[in-house]
Design a protein around this ligand. Structure first.
Ligand SMILES: Cc1cc2nc3c(=O)[nH]c(=O)nc-3n(C[C@H](O)[C@H](O)[C@H](O)COP(=O)(O)OP(=O)(O)OC[C@H]3O[C@@H](n4cnc5c(N)ncnc54)[C@H](O)[C@@H]3O)c2cc1C
Length: 435
């Protein structure tokens, strides 16, 4: 097959690849090729925010990012292309957005497809060529290993380019295209990958009591305890499932569980406060009053206070059986035991639902090997790495897509500059504010 020559090639048509394509095009780079291994670009993007796409968060600052050295690493790219700039950028490609009180930003039509469509329309208008079902299987440095000359190989042929942007995403959600592809391309070139584990993921627990609660959603505080020390906490919706716990509060606080599962050292426990709005003493008094309600058995002791099935399960977990027992027979010590469970029900954690259930990959290409202002590899000049492929993962709430947009913009600007021989162009010529 013939050898094709391009001015810039983007590997991966996901969030950061599409952003990089548009930014390169806007900086006047022509003859850009976007390669995507799947049948279509943006498959994962379409699934974000349950199909509504939480595309950024106005509070996207470095503390929301994790990975070895991540907070310091993300700072300059986030400052150079902040959530405000993300909003302005999307407005400029015809996507209106709504900012929620939480700071989360969604497209006004609440459709992830609107984000993808607007990015693709802009890329096409800028002359970017999109080619699907084209998997890059290796990236080779120029024939004599000279800087800035690459050969990209795949089953469909070979492409030459002076600049390559690796926007291949992470290992999370293989059903949506996640995998080790990008890590493999980069480790073959001498890069290091830190250990991977799932984050923003459902949690498996010991199920003897939980299983009967399948499908129940409650507002609770979930706190994960690693060897008795709190390592993650969130208040919000918790969903009981046949394998354990899901729902936004659990997913948001799950990162340490993935880390623990990888290391397999010590114990992990999920502690649930089932009435986060009520102090322990208030719960105890409430239960003492319920004991006095005429004619009640334990079966209905908590009816009206907690989800009925949840209340009964807690009584069983506290060993307060049979449920046909009269409520008035409860001793103060038994009420204390029940109170303790309502405010801190402990479930032994057995793991996570793995990369299959995860929204993001923790771990990735080591940040010490990449320039934080330009995303250029320090190992391979002319090669840029963006998004989830790097050892950066954000909290749940629009932070991961903001990282995709910011890192792609930094990479595109630097790549465009290098193609121009180091001169800054009109739109990218803004002075760096920080060193
Ligand atoms: C269910 C779900 C919901 C989410 N919701 C949100 C949300 O609401 N807000 C948020 O901020 N984040 C969310 N995320 C996370 C967010 O989607 C990702 O962090 C983000 O898409 C990462 O962007 P990326 O460009 O690095 O990778 P991706 O968007 O995954 O794109 C990588 C692309 O590269 C392609 N590719 C890989 N290897 C090759 C190769 N060798 N050759 C050619 N192509 C290749 C892949 O097929 C893929 O299309 C969600 C994730 C999931 C799974």
């Amino acid at each position: 097959m013939g050898m094709e020559q391009r001015q810039a090639v983007i590997v991966g048509g996901g969030a950061s690849g599409l952003m990089a394509a548009v930014q390169l095009g806007r900086l006047g780079i022509r003859n850009i090729l976007l390669l995507e291994r799947a049948q279509r670009v943006g498959k994962k993007l379409l699934a974000t925010g349950n199909g509504t796409c939480n595309l950024t968060n106005l509070g996207a600052i470095p503390v929301h990012y994790h990975g070895v050295g991540a907070p310091a690493f993300v700072a300059s790219a986030l400052e150079a292309f902040s959530p405000r700039e993300t909003l302005a950028f999307f407005a400029s490609i015809g996507l209106d957005c709504a900012v929620r009180p939480s700071g989360k930003v969604y497209p006004l039509p609440e459709q992830a497809s609107a984000v993808l469509d607007c990015l693709r329309l802009e890329a096409r208008a800028l002359g970017v060529e999109e080619r699907c079902e084209w998997e890059v299987s290796s990236i080779c440095r120029g024939d004599n290993g000279e800087a800035g000359s690459f050969r990209l190989e795949g089953a469909a042929g070979t492409i030459r380019t002076p600049v390559v942007l690796v926007c291949t995403g992470g290992a999370a959600a293989p059903a949506l295209g996640g995998g080790a592809y990008g890590y493999n391309l980069l480790t073959a070139l001498g890069h290091t990958r830190t250990p991977l584990f799932p984050s923003i993921v459902q949690v498996r627990t010991e199920t003897s009591f939980v299983r009967s609660l399948k499908g129940i959603r409650i507002d609770a505080t979930v706190r994960f305890m690693w060897n008795g020390k709190p390592v993650g906490e969130e208040t919000g919706e918790v969903l009981f499932t046949e394998y354990g716990l899901s729902g936004p509060a659990v997913m948001q606080s799950s990162r340490a569980v993935g880390d623990w599962e990888r290391r397999r050292s010590g114990t992990m426990t999920a502690q649930l406060d089932l009435l986060p709005g009520m102090e322990t003493e208030a719960v105890r008094h409430n239960l003492l009053r319920r004991r006095e309600l005429p004619g009640r058995t334990l079966e209905d002791l908590c009816t009206g206070l907690l989800n009925k099935r949840l209340g009964q399960t807690l009584l069983r977990a506290a060993g307060l059986v049979p449920l046909a027992r009269p409520a008035e027979s409860l001793t103060s010590q038994e009420i204390d035991r029940l109170t303790a469970l309502v405010k801190g029900w402990e479930l032994p954690v057995t793991g996570t639902q793995g990369m299959g259930g995860a929204q993001v990959t923790a771990g990735g290409i080591s940040l010490t090997e990449v320039d934080p202002r330009t995303m250029e590899s320090k190992i391979v000049k002319g090669l840029y790495i963006t998004g989830e492929t790097l050892d950066v993962d954000g909290d749940c709430g629009g932070y991961n897509l903001q990282w995709a947009w910011s890192s792609a913009t930094a990479a595109a600007k630097a790549a465009a500059e290098s193609l121009r021989g180091g001169k800054t162009s009109g739109r990218s010529g803004r002075k760096e504010k920080r060193k």
